[in-house]
Design a protein around this ligand. Sequence first.
Ligand SMILES: *Cc1c(COP(=O)(O)O)cnc(C)c1O
Length: 370
Amino acid sequence: MSRDLLALALPSVQELSPYVPGKPVEELARELGLQPEAIVKLASNENPLGPSPKVTAAISQALPELTRYPDGSGFILKDKLAAHYAVDPNQITLGNGSNDILELIARAWLAPGRNAIFSAHAFAVYPIATLASGAQCREVPAKDYGHDLDAMAAAIDSNTRVIFIANPNNPTGTWFDQAALNAFLAKVPSDVLVVLDEAYIEYAADSDLPDGMAYLSRYPNLLVSRTFSKAYGLAALRVGYAVSSLEVADILNRVRQPFNVNSLALVAACAALEDNDYLERSRLLNSQGMQQLEAGFKQLGLSWLPSRGNFIAVDFKRDAAPINQALLEQGVIVRPVAGYAMPTFLRVSIGTSNENQRFLDVLTSVLKQA
Ligand SMILES: *Cc1c(COP(=O)(O)O)cnc(C)c1O
């Protein structure tokens, strides 16, 4: 692209580094001259179970209607979510992935002269959405790689409109408990929107993590975002949602694309929400896989950040890039996190037990050679 056009973009957009996704399986297979089946991808926190058969059946049934626009209001899905969480359907905003929700928030509240607060080592979309709106990023140093909520509350100034917090956080897997969230919400002024990103909350059931939904009635400036991409296994379809006060939902609805969630995503999400068995299997596979990887790391003498997500950040205490490269050469894709200021770590998504074992075997041989 011409330099002149870049110079004409918003100054904050000139600063912006694009999101770097996990390397696609097909791309590495091509590079190595292997079949895609020979590659193990543990890089994008995807659900290793594959889609629920109930979801694929619902999609097949919806195919004859592909010529029609989706229901732009997402009526049926919102109705089901509202019943699931015992909230008013008008408190729900659907998004093309919860990524879309983050962007809608930025579009509605952020602009040059305003700022958004988030933690160091937090999800990469927070700075992207903020800078794309021309607003300023206030990144607050982390505490033991987790959110320092006291410091984040202290960073609020008169230009702060949004605070993004993720529980658990990606890529660190760190989390905060109910007492920490209580103390934080009590400190945030009511004119600052708190975005509680719970993309992985389904993996943290029966833990000390707070359930963001339980705080909504007390805090009209709180928005809880969740997704069907992770524990529900629908990453390809792009469907997520926010639950908030009616007022916040009304504002988001004003800036939303009329048909931001496609028809197949809508029917798939409805089917997924009702498939409790799938969710239970996702959780079980994840906790078993987490134990498997932790045991493997322990055996290798490696340290890691304890995680409540479906991924784990392992610390090699030296530049992890050559280790990542060696893993790739043997057909294993994990996620470098140097872009998150964690150059000595790799983030590994929890896979099936076979995938986890293959990763551990290859890692063992790579570390022996290094
Ligand atoms: C994966 C992820 C999301 C959202 O993903 P979508 O697929 O857009 O719903 C949001 N926040 C965090 C922290 C994530 O890791």
